[in-house]
Write a protein that binds this ligand. Structure first.
Ligand SMILES: Nc1ncnc2c1ncn2[C@@H]1O[C@H](COP(=O)(O)OP(=O)(O)OP(=O)(O)O)[C@@H](O)[C@H]1O
Ligand SMILES: [Mg+2]
Length: 266
């Protein structure tokens, strides 16, 4: 029995939304086909993300959270279903158009920071501009401002190894902002950080959300989800809850009970 009956409602029956949408997904499915068989990682997931929303995605390991984020980030294509970024139909985009969307409209933050160890803080922030051939004196000044913005104005020449985990994640967040995207996607951005550093990164993300940026973040930590406006819970690739973060705990407990029961039966 799903935790939220409203999620069972077919998309067509949902009330019309009046706010502008940053993203809208409809019956999204992702199946990985391997020589040993296939894995259905996402099944019929539908929800809307209004502009300016701050959404946490939760669920047990293997429930499809990263798969969903990769599809939303145009890093992968769905097997079926629809995905609209604003009013643009992502499914109809060419590979070049998708690359353009990734470079200019989306920002990515990952659990493992993904910084290049040989580059300085400033060079890491500049990296997307380097790849797209957009480096210039003004863009360098913009990157310096971003470094200051995330509190690393006095660390611009440091290498990632010379920074704490929280500082490295702040470099990654500054890098994700280099093209001023309105939509940020973060896969367990605090997964490798201690409690106080986690709070620091969440403050920064909240500030970015308060500026009007839409944020979707994957997390295993209820304390992190509690700081977002809304939580989506996945189980076995399906959406089982979509509502306030406080209500997500019951849905997650149900998934834990179910996992324990299936272990007992094994
Ligand atoms: N490239 C791939 N090829 C085949 N199967 C995959 C691939 N990526 C993910 N899967 C499978 O799809 C399912 C969902 O994986 P996904 O990485 O989205 O889970 P997750 O919820 O992010 O888990 P975690 O919390 O451990 O990060 C898993 O069963 C996984 O093994
Ligand atoms: Mg994952």
């Amino acid at each position: 029995m799903p935790a939220s009956a409203s999620n069972e409602m077919p998309a067509a029956d949902l009330p019309p939304r009046t706010e502008k949408l940053a993203a809208s997904i409809r019956q999204l499915c992702k199946e990985y086909r391997l020589s040993s068989g296939s894995v259905v990682a996402l099944r019929d997931v539908s929800f809307d993300v209004p502009e300016g929303d701050f959404v946490s995605i939760m669920g047990p390991s293997g429930s499809g959270k990263s798969t969903l984020l990769n599809l939303l980030g145009c890093l992968d294509r769905p097997t079926s279903g629809g995905y609209f970024l604003g009013t643009d139909d992502v499914a109809r985009m060419s590979d070049d158009q998708l690359a353009d969307v990734r470079a200019n409209r989306l920002g990515f933050v990952f659990q493992s920071f993904n910084l290049l160890p040989a580059l300085s803080v400033l060079e890491n922030i500049e990296l997307p501009l380097h790849y797209s051939g957009q480096l210039s004196r003004t863009s360098r000044q913009r990157c310096e401002r971003l470094a200051q913005r995330v509190g690393l104005g006095d660390r611009m020449d440091h290498r990632p190894m010379q920074l704490s985990g929280g500082q490295q994640q702040r470099v990654a967040i500054a890098r994700s902002l280099v093209n001023d995207p309105r939509f940020l996607l973060a896969d367990e951005p605090t997964g490798n950080l201690d409690t106080s550093t986690t709070a620091e990164i969440l403050d920064l993300l909240t500030e970015l959300n308060n500026e009007g940026r839409t944020i979707l973040l994957v997390t295993h930590e209820p304390e992190v989800a509690d700081l977002t406006r809304r939580t989506v819970v996945l189980r076995d690739g399906g959406l089982i809850y979509d509502g306030p973060p406080t209500g997500a705990r019951a849905a997650l407990q149900a998934t834990a009970v179910r996992a324990t029961a299936s272990e007992v039966h094994r």
